[in-house]
Design a protein around this ligand. Structure first.
Ligand code: ARG
Length: 484
């Protein structure tokens, strides 16, 4: 490019103290407030490693393509190594004047290596640069989350195995419904988190596409080789359309959606843990390290960690809605709005990561109280369905059996007893109102309506019979494989 002739013909005088990358275009600097308002360096600097990796891959491609000299590349590599070192040591001077992580690093590179630093941005824009950085950052984050989900699941399976045969009341409408084993109950959360795992893994496929090469929005006139950049950075595919490449944040939204569902599952488990450790229920106790006391009530042991998981789920749902709303009105291609994607994304990742870490430890350390579970089971006529099923198997139509057992429950209630506590004669008397019911009751009825009888009868796939639960745990372990 020749000398800047337009500066001769206009009255342009750059503000003397301005060091902005684009200062040539403007006649006055932004105010301090605008500077702070538009800057992102205080949060996007956590993508510094990814920014450097992306820049190096870009520079190497430029050199391979003959767009950058070997000497310039060597300077850039040397400068970037020093910058990476300064950042790792906490010595790098982040500067608000340079707006974001990308300009801060480029500025420092130029200070260290001169013209080669100024050539780095050839054929590139911050628009495809930032999209690349986020995708690199998110890919690493997802890989970490996948590991953490598996670590949580392994701890969950340990507890489930120890309690594969521990009976507890299963609830519907939060009323005692039917016996299940505590192991079976926990395996429901294994299934939820298995789907979460699949969702994150699936999201990763769409994260792992390379935007670089799209430049500002229209691509670039240099003879770039995008495939080689993708290969160096471990991207499986190229973003196929330059406009979409710089403006797409679907992958971030998908990540937040997967996170919101994961947190929803952990929030439900938290709600149960809180309920279970209420002294009126007393099914479990949490290790003290997950609880806090009260500043006024000396006796309190509050389940703060599960309560916070439940609470933080609201914030993660909020981040999802924030990102959806951020995108809904944006015309193609890049808009500065997109800078607002990072804080919700980072906070989502941090919250999910911390929550999974804490949860694996918390669930692995719960103290289960089987006696209290059994006592609760003896209070809700939990095997009434088993009695009805028993009568059906002896030939009574199900609706008649249901009616007869409902009457028996009423009789037992009248005496303040659980149905399982009635003697065979008392049961027969209670069933007598429905023709054909009482006479179908034989000796084997009592074992059919015992807790263990009820559990063992449900041995089909997905059932709560202890052996079935153990088989489900074995299969889950096979799916999980050995820890890496
Ligand atoms: N800090 C910006 C962001 O996070 C980088 C891209 C800026 N691009 C631009 N054309 N202003 O989105």
């Amino acid at each position: 490019m020749g000398p800047c002739s337009f500066t001769m013909t206009t009255k342009h005088t750059p503000p003397p103290e301005s060091t902005k990358t684009w200062s040539g275009r403007f006649s006055e600097p932004v105010s301090e407030l605008v500077k702070r308002y538009t800057a992102s360096v205080f949060f996007d600097r956590r993508m510094a490693t990814q920014d450097i990796r992306g820049s190096l891959a870009h520079a190497r491609m430029l050199a391979r393509q003959g767009i950058l000299s070997g000497e310039d590349l060597a300077d850039i590599e040397r400068g970037m190594a020093q910058i990476a070192d300064e950042i790792a040591r906490g010595e790098f001077q982040w500067n608000l004047d340079d707006e974001d992580v990308h300009l801060n690093i480029e500025k420092r590179l130029t200070a260290l290596v001169g013209d080669a630093g100024k050539r780095l941005h050839t054929g590139r824009s911050r628009n495809d640069q930032v999209a690349t950085d986020i995708r690199l950052w998110l890919r690493e984050t997802i890989d970490r989350i996948l590991e953490l989900i598996m670590a949580f699941q392994r701890r969950l399976l340990e507890v489930a195995e120890a309690h594969a045969a521990t009976p507890m009341p299963g609830f519907t409408h939060l009323q005692v419904a039917q016996p299940v084993t505590f192991g079976h109950h926990l395996l429901a959360y294994y299934e939820m988190t298995r789907r979460d795992f699949d969702r994150f893994a699936d999201c990763r496929r769409r994260v792992n596409c390379l935007p670089l090469g799209a430049a500002a929005l229209a691509g670039t006139s240099y003879p770039i080789a995008r495939e080689s950049v993708a290969a160096e950075l471990g991207f499986d595919e190229l973003c196929r359309n330059s406009l979409d490449a710089v403006s797409d944040r679907d992958f971030a939204i998908e990540f937040c959606a997967a996170s919101a569902l994961l947190m929803t599952h952990l929030s439900r488990l938290s709600e149960e843990i809180i309920l279970w450790m209420n002294p009126r229920v007393g099914f479990i106790d949490l290790a003290d390290r997950f609880c806090t006391g009260s500043s006024i009530m000396p006796q309190k042991k509050n389940p703060d960690v599960p309560e916070l998981v439940r609470g933080k789920t609201g914030r993660i749902n909020g981040h999802l809605v924030a990102l959806l709303t951020l995108m809904k009105g944006q015309p193609l291609a890049y808009n500065k709005d997109n800078q607002e994607d990072k804080e919700p994304l980072f906070d989502t990742a941090d919250t999910v990561t911390d929550t999974l870490r804490i949860y694996a430890d918390m669930i692995g350390g719960i103290q289960v109280k089987p006696d209290n579970m059994r006592t609760a089971l003896a209070q809700g006529h939990a095997t009434a369905t088993d009695l009805a099923d028993y009568l059906v198997k002896k030939g009574l139509p199900f609706r008649d059996a249901h009616e007869a057992v409902a009457l028996a429950v009423r009789a037992a209630e009248g005496r303040g007893l659980d149905i399982s506590r009635l003697s065979p004669d008392e049961l027969r008397a209670a069933l007598a109102c429905v023709p054909g019911a009482a006479e179908r009751l034989d000796e084997d009825a009592l074992s059919a309506i015992s807790i263990e009888g009820s559990l063992c009868a449900r041995a089909h796939p997905g059932g709560t019979a202890p052996d079935t639960v153990r088989a489900a745990i074995t299969r889950a372990r096979e799916e999980l494989g050995a820890p890496t």
